[in-house]
Design a protein around this ligand. Structure first.
Ligand SMILES: [Cu+2]
Length: 187
């Protein structure tokens, strides 16, 4: 981790310590983008009282940061490959400088990973993940979480079947072109 990423992580931890009051992390039930779509709606989804609003499980009052850290990667001691019943947790920050941190994530072939993506700063981000060509093309149907607002954390669970290549990206207007993308290394 470079110095800037360390600073950003420290900042987000500090902020989260102040505002994380309510529920813990939101965990997607399965791969795909069904979660984001399920959140739409006047009161149940993106509204003030819903799961994605100010008072909801993923809003300013809760779920911004669960406190857990990313599980050890394949090259680290204590590594345990994620499974569909026990996915490995990988945290990613979406930063105000239009970068993901980290922007390279190493997985074992076949692993199931839950990505928890937290936006720092006021710029809203997205997180699309899948086959690299689909992610580069912003292809419809590629797993994605959208509208990740300031200090919000949203999650996406994905199983890496095959050797890839896989990638992730933010396709908010102009962000991908500015370099807001990342690489999955499959071991
Ligand atoms: Cu973005």
């Amino acid at each position: 981790m470079n110095g800037r990423a360390s600073l950003l992580l420290g900042a987000v931890l500090t902020l989260a310590g102040v505002i994380t009051i309510g529920a813990g992390a939101l965990v997607a039930p399965a791969a795909g983008n069904s979660q984001g779509q399920a959140w739409t709606g006047m009161m149940g989804g993106n509204g003030m009282m819903g799961g994605n609003g100010m008072m909801g499980a993923n809003g300013m009052m809760g779920g911004a940061w669960s406190g857990a850290s990313s599980g050890p990667g394949p090259d680290a001691s204590g590594f345990a490959a994620g499974t569909t019943t026990a996915p490995r947790l990988v945290r990613i920050l979406a930063t105000p400088v239009l970068r993901f941190s980290p922007d390279v994530v190493t997985v074992k072939a076949g692993e199931t990973i839950t990505f928890e993506v937290t936006t720092m700063g006021p710029t809203v981000h997205e997180f699309m993940l899948g086959p690299a060509a689909d992610v580069a093309a912003n292809k419809d149907g590629t797993p994605e979480i959208t509208d990740i607002g300031m200090m919000q954390t949203k999650s996406l669970t994905y199983t890496f079947t095959g050797s890839g290549p896989f990638a992730f990206a933010c396709h908010a207007a102009g962000h991908y072109e500015a370099g807001m993308k990342g690489t999955i290394v499959v071991q």
